[in-house]
Design a protein around this ligand. Structure first.
Ligand code: MN
Ligand code: MN
Length: 316
């Protein structure tokens, strides 16, 4: 299994903050929108909602309108931990942060995540053993804080940060490559890469990791929590739609693990199109406490990256 590095663009664009806030608010909006239809089939969604494109709450978790789930909550826990460590991804700190989060009785939690946290509590080891069956999407869905905090870091630091956070609960080749490529794609978008450039990077990733092939396939419906299914659905929506709104509506109406496809699509499209591309009807209905936390954390994580902190090329 090989990863493919996304080429770096020179310097950091002046609209970096707009993209960073777009990525984090996009993640939260995607999570909240998708959670309403999580585990439904596209047909069930159609019968119930027509096209599902409003933040309604409900769903199998009986959420409040605008409430987010583990995808956003684990990202926030990870981001707070990185900020406490001055921009570094410390595996023990991350495992402890996830353990503390689980103690707060979250609204939902993945099986593999729970097992990883229990493993840490029993052994003190912040890395789970390699698991052939551990290719869930739970590590990839929460990778955004690493992308923000390591934006100006060398490629090996970026990769290590992505994997250190991932392997607290998921240690699997498919989860690993997916988590790394998502961090790289988000970083390329933050630096100002175009949709065509990002799609080119996705295609190079698929060439190196053909399991993730998505172009010559029918639309992926009911994507499961298997990271390959999840990313195929996300890549199809991202590559065929040309706005934040249409891409997010496309992916969540496929049903299945819709909060997680929504979260991942939302972070990627939000980084590309920027916060002003997210429809106001979604931003206004997002849980206000969550909206404030993700917005603040996106900027704080960017500033925790050494080049930005030292007054390098970035503004904002
Ligand atoms: Mn979730
Ligand atoms: Mn989910």
């Amino acid at each position: 299994m090989r990863t493919v590095s996304v080429p770096k663009t020179e310097g950091l664009p002046p609209d970096l903050e707009r993209r960073a806030r777009g990525a984090y608010l996009g993640l939260a909006v995607g999570d909240a929108l998708g959670a309403t239809v999580e585990f439904m089939t596209p047909n069930e969604i159609r019968l119930r909602h027509g096209v599902h494109d409003q933040l309604l709450g409900g769903g199998w978790l009986r959420l409040r309108r605008g409430q987010v789930t583990d995808d956003t909550e684990m990202s926030l826990a990870l981001g707070d931990c990185i900020l406490r460590q001055q921009g570094r991804v410390d595996p023990h700190g991350v495992a402890l942060a996830f353990s503390d989060w689980m103690r707060e009785k979250p609204v939902d939690i993945g099986h593999t995540v729970r097992r990883g946290i229990v493993h840490y509590r029993h052994t003190g080891e912040p890395r789970v053993p390699y698991d052939d069956q551990g290719a869930g999407n739970g590590a990839a869905m929460r990778c955004l804080p690493v992308a923000l905090a390591t934006l100006a870091s060398p490629a090996d630091v970026v990769r290590r940060g992505a994997l250190d956070q991932a392997r607290t609960t998921h240690h699997n080749a498919l989860s690993d490559v997916a988590t790394v490529v998502l961090v790289e794609l988000v970083q390329a978008a933050l630096r100002g890469a175009s949709r065509d450039e990002l799609c080119g990077a996705v295609d190079r990733f698929v060439t190196a990791n053909p399991e993730f092939g998505f172009r010559a396939r029918r639309p992926v419906q009911n994507p499961s929590g298997y990271i390959v299914d999840t990313l195929r659905a996300v890549f199809q929506a991202f590559a065929t739609q040309s706005s934040f709104e249409t891409a997010l509506v496309d992916v969540v109406n496929r049903g299945g693990d819709a909060d997680t496809t929504g979260a991942i699509l939302g972070m990627l499209a939000g980084a590309l199109y920027g916060v002003d591309s997210i429809p106001l009807r979604w931003l206004q209905r997002l849980d206000p406490g969550v909206a404030q936390r993700v917005s603040r954390q996106s900027v704080a994580l960017l500033r925790s990256t050494p080049m930005v902190r030292d007054g390098g090329a970035a503004s904002g």
